[in-house]
Design a protein around this ligand. Structure first.
Ligand SMILES: NC(=O)c1ccc[n+]([C@@H]2O[C@H](COP(=O)([O-])OP(=O)(O)OC[C@H]3O[C@@H](n4cnc5c(N)ncnc54)[C@H](O)[C@@H]3O)[C@@H](O)[C@H]2O)c1
Length: 432
């Protein structure tokens, strides 16, 4: 394919060189004439292992050249990759001026073009930027007369190993509205060894932020665990080596689905004990200390969502801290119910496991002694709950929750704290 690559920094330069290696015909564009001259001389404008050798090959073979002229580059291509910088301002706000200016320049070249041009945003931008900034800039440049295809294709390479990461990224992520645009990207990345994931534009934009926030969180987490280890006399390297061996619960999909707050007899208690011990040793653990307040904020959000319905009769499905258990210790749903009662709501609760535990089982005493005010609100059936409730609060993704949702009438307002965990995800990405 004939491809123009806007921005010859780390991402643009590596992308341009690797696509040229894959056999595409590439024109790189940068406003910095020095970088353009360096690429044309096969000298890497950024330090990256292997890039000098690769540039020598692809520039020498005539498959990669660079220019400062957007016009020349767009005229010579059917696809434009936007890899310009999106720096942060002092406030943290993202600066997308270079993306907008690039969009206007590409758009201006498309005014008189009949065949569709595919514009692919590879720079990191917040959800909504493509629709709110790039597309209007392209149409503005084209005075509304462009045959356009637009996609978001975040870059997952790491500086220092970017050539290898380009060839074998975790996934090829493409956000776009139509299969025709996705097909262009499939062809472009034909030689890349990774699952091709086609999703919406906003999802693709946001996945990059979720990924980078998670990577940052992992580093901070590992360092804080190491600090706690040092304070408590454990070997941090050995602790994390063993921790990483658990691919079922630790390094896995577990605990990474959006839903409601955590609770139960272990996580809150054990976090508190670790933080208490660290405080005793004068060790500060800011990330770990932020977890319980963050969890409490989720419970407050749930209470506010119910109160915002301005309805008084509330039916709660799921009282234990997760489905399939009768354990009510530190259940966030108990806290939520107590807050709603405090605000004057008339609450009824459906939870078969807890109902059974009320009659028999080890939790009977806990229910009778610790939360008798809540135990008396239990409902016997979905029908009884529906007859009482104006608002239905789904606390956990159980069969009872699915049944309640399926039987709810149009008069019931639903507050789903599981964020749709009882339904298949809407607009799920397709991977092939
Ligand atoms: N560096 C990384 O490891 C990495 C990884 C993934 C994603 N990203 C994202 O990719 C984007 C680019 O990052 P980078 O590190 O390559 O940035 P960079 O600052 O190294 O390079 C950006 C280049 O864009 C050029 N440029 C600016 N305005 C332009 C315009 N109007 N037309 C043409 N060129 C223009 C600049 O001169 C510069 O050479 C950013 O959004 C970044 O967040 C970076």
């Amino acid at each position: 394919m004939r491809v123009s690559v806007f921005g010859l920094g780390y991402v643009g330069c590596v992308t341009a060189a690797c696509l040229a290696k894959a056999g595409h015909e590439i024109v790189g564009v940068d406003i910095n004439a020095e970088k353009v001259a360096m690429v044309n001389a096969a000298t890497p404008p950024v330090v990256e292992p292997g890039l000098a050798e690769l540039l020598a090959t692809v520039v020498g073979a005539g498959r990669l050249r660079a220019t400062t002229s957007s016009e020349e580059a767009v005229a010579a291509s059917e696809v434009s990759l936007v890899c310009v910088g999106t720096p942060g301002r002092a406030s943290g706000q993202l600066d997308v001026d270079a993306v907008v200016r690039t969009g206007q320049r590409i758009g201006a070249m498309l005014r008189r073009r009949a065949e569709p041009h595919t514009v692919v945003l590879r720079s990191t931008v917040l959800p909504g930027t493509t629709e709110r900034s790039l597309v209007p800039a392209l149409l503005d440049g084209a005075r509304g007369r462009a045959a356009l295809r637009v996609a978001v294709n975040p870059e997952f390479m790491r500086e220092g190993s970017s050539l290898a990461d380009f060839a074998r990224p975790p996934l090829t992520l493409v956000g776009c509205g139509d299969p025709a645009t996705a097909s262009v990207l499939r062809l472009l990345y034909d030689g890349v060894d990774a699952p091709f994931v086609h999703t919406s534009i906003r999802t693709a934009e946001m996945v990059k932020y979720a990924a980078n926030a998670f990577h940052a969180l992992k580093v901070a987490f590992a360092n804080e665990v190491a600090d706690a280890c040092n304070a408590l006399g454990a070997d941090a390297r050995e602790v994390m080596r063993v921790f990483l061996m658990d691919r079922k619960l630790n390094v896995s999909e577990a605990y990474l689905r959006p839903g409601f707050a955590f609770g139960g007899s272990c996580l809150p208690k054990d976090l508190r004990a670790l933080l208490h011990a660290a405080r005793g040793a004068d060790v500060s653990l800011p990330v770990l200390s932020a977890i319980l307040p963050s969890n409490e904020a989720q419970v407050r959000r749930g209470v506010e969502a119910v109160l915002a319905t301005r309805r008084h009769r509330v039916g709660v499905v799921g009282l234990s801290f997760k489905p399939g258990t009768d354990d009510l210790r530190e259940s966030p749903m108990v806290t939520l119910v107590e807050a709603l009662i405090g605000k004057g709501c008339d609450v009824r609760i459906l939870d078969r496991n807890v109902a059974t535990a009320r009659l028999v089982g080890a939790n009977r005493r806990y229910i009778e002694e610790e939360i008798p005010h809540i135990a008396s609100l239990m409902c016997a059936s979905v029908e009884a709950l529906l007859a009482h409730a104006e608002v239905l609060v789904i606390g956990n993704a159980s069969d009872a929750a699915a049944l309640t949702l399926a039987s709810a009438g149009s008069g019931h307002v639903i507050v789903d704290l599981t964020r749709g965990a009882t339904r298949p995800p809407a607009g799920a990405a397709s991977a092939a």
